[in-house]
Design a protein around this ligand. Structure first.
Ligand code: BGC
Length: 347
């Protein structure tokens, strides 16, 4: 086994290669004895906590599948480092290298055309993941797939956690006016999860009978450091008037916590903080009582579904077992994680 081999390419770092032995390109198992398959992956940003944890799960599961099937699974993971142009070149390289399937975490989910055209020309299927392109783009060719989650569900669950906290712990209504004063820390503008999560989180709190008042919001691009900066600014403006922080992901919730820790706000005066993802650091914050809860974004399930799909596509196998929605989509459900559930998720 040659695990975690690293090589550097012009466009950025290749994170890892091969769940097992290095195989020749395009060794698709096809009919007869399966031998080897080659999967190319490009992530929009290797420093994104959720995506990098998903990639770890992807590699681990590939190693397991390799043992089970006896098929050598080679994986190349490229970091597009926030550039769609870089990502397009990476996909071109993967296709030249003879990958059997490419998995793309789009940098710009509105710009998949170059990748789709190249893949179709080479007749190599593409699995897009986590950053959802619009349906019309996914319909451009019959070998395009998407693996992700049900965005609205995460917003609903986050809203339920917030509403329950307000109802079950009257002290979180610091000024006692019966209204939950909140701020939002949003992910990238234009990302399907950012738009949908904010909308559903807030509407769910209201539907659960809790009146809300929005004090402010800031875009922090899924990023902890940016969220800390934005939260620091909002703290200087609103101070302890903020009773609730709705963060579109755990990293930004943690950025808010960093800001609170660096501020003069006493721990007892902290707002309720809710996140989404259930990353290792997010779960630790729930366990420590710093976050009221998070919503588990099933990175393991998504990684496994993507590998299973990539495997079947590479060996011209059977897709019927995979439960594809409209023949193209795999969307894993979310789950609420509060103090009672957190241990289970921390394993
Ligand atoms: C995750 C975020 C992540 C983003 C990247 C979202 O689904 O919840 O944590 O930064 O995807 O695209």
């Amino acid at each position: 086994m040659e695990k975690g081999i690293k090589r550097v390419c012009a466009a950025g770092m290749v994170l890892g290669l091969s769940a097992g032995m290095l195989a020749g390109c395009g060794g698709g198992a096809g009919q007869g004895e399966p031998k080897s398959i080659r999967i190319g992956v490009s992530v929009y940003d290797q420093y994104d906590t959720f995506v990098s944890q998903m990639m770890t799960d992807f590699n681990e599961y590939a190693a397991r599948r390799e043992e089970e099937t006896g098929v050598v699974i080679s994986i190349e993971i490229y970091n597009a480092a926030g550039s769609q142009t870089t990502q397009n070149s990476q996909v071109e390289e993967m296709l030249d290298d003879g990958c059997d399937v490419v998995c793309v975490n789009l940098v710009d989910r509105t710009e998949p055309t170059t990748i789709i055209d190249m893949a179709e020309k080479n007749q190599v299927p593409v699995i897009f993941f986590n950053r959802e392109l619009v349906e019309e783009d996914l319909e451009r060719w019959n070998q395009l797939y998407y693996v992700g989650a049900k965005a609205f569900e995460s917003g609903v669950m986050e809203g339920e956690i917030a509403a329950d906290s307000f109802k079950e712990h009257p002290e979180v209504d610091r000024n006692g006016d019966g209204i939950f004063q909140y701020i939002v820390l949003e992910g990238e503008a234009g990302h399907q999860d950012a738009i949908v999560r904010t909308e559903y989180a807030v509407s769910t709190i209201v539907e659960n009978g809790v009146e809300v008042e929005k004090l402010g919001y800031a875009i922090a691009n899924w990023n902890r450091a940016q969220a800390q900066t934005k939260m620091t600014q909002m703290l200087s403006e609103y101070g302890t008037e903020i009773e609730l922080v709705i963060a579109n992901n755990d990293d930004m919730a943690l950025g808010a916590i960093d800001a609170l820790k660096a501020s003069e706000v006493d721990r007892e005066e902290w707002p309720v903080i809710v996140g989404i993802d259930g990353t290792d650091v997010g779960l630790a914050a729930v366990a420590a009582g710093e976050m009221a809860g998070t919503v588990y974004n099933d990175k393991k399930g998504q990684a496994q579904a993507m590998l299973d799909l990539a495997y079947e596509l590479s060996v011209d196998g059977d897709l019927t077992e995979l439960d594809l929605e409209d023949g193209k989509y795999i969307r894993l459900p979310y789950a609420k994680v509060g103090p009672d559930e957190v241990e289970t998720y921390m394993e």
